[in-house]
Ligand binder design. Structure first.
Ligand code: HEC
Length: 175
């Protein structure tokens, strides 16, 4: 009798796991789908447990420029925070002008991009240009949202902007 119960249990378990197997591919597909949505180029992750090795390319700026650049960077981060805060209040116009004036094409003069460019490897210049373009695109998307009230495209565009920061940081360092 016990054997029968065991046998039954086994059959049921086997049945369940083959069901689970059946369910797997669709689940895997769903995962693929999710990761596709997030499939912006991600930098290599450093393993926190592994040996720390900085493989980013070292770029040398004259010291005053390095200090100036890092101050700008901190302002970039502060701007992203202000943009997020504005979005949380539905202040799309404000988010739009913050992005355009402090990060977008309009900010190039302010950041002394021209003088800096000659110290930057080509890839870094391109990463910088990508950030300014993407910020100006965000500014337009956010402006549109002040009419539509639709936050989703704004968040997607903000994520793209954030990704341009991540991309450059993954490749270059200053000191
Ligand atoms: C063109 C390349 C590039 C882009 C684009 C870029 N950064 Fe940076 N950023 C750097 C480099 C290089 C450093 C120095 C990193 C290092 O030496 O480890 C840096 C450093 C920083 C720092 C640290 C500042 C400090 O005081 O040490 C912050 C914060 C930062 N970036 C924020 C941002 C944000 C936010 C964005 C996007 C809106 C952004 N950066 C876009 C290149 C870039």
């Amino acid at each position: 009798m016990n054997k029968l119960v065991l046998g039954l249990t086994f059959a049921l378990t086997a049945g369940a796991s083959s069901l689970a197997l059946c369910a797997d591919p669709s689940e895997a597909h769903q995962h693929d789908h999710t990761s596709m949505d997030m499939s912006m180029p991600m930098p290599m992750r450093t393993d926190p447990a592994g040996p720390m090795k900085d493989s980013r390319q070292l770029v040398r700026y004259p010291e005053p420029m390095r200090i100036h650049t890092l101050a700008n960077m901190r302002d970039h981060l502060a701007t992203l925070a202000q943009i997020q805060e504005a979005l949380a209040h539905g202040a799309f116009d404000q988010a739009s002008s913050l992005a355009e004036e402090r990060l977008g094409m309009s900010s190039l003069q302010m950041h002394g991009a021209h003088e800096l460019a000659m110290y930057m490897p080509k890839g870094m210049q391109e990463a910088g240009t990508a950030m300014h373009h993407t910020a100006s695109q965000f500014a337009i998307v956010a402006k549109d949202a002040s009419v539509t009230g639709d936050l989703k495209p704004v968040l997607a565009s903000l994520a793209k902007l954030n990704q341009t920061c991540v991309a450059c940081h993954a490749t270059y360092r200053l000191h």
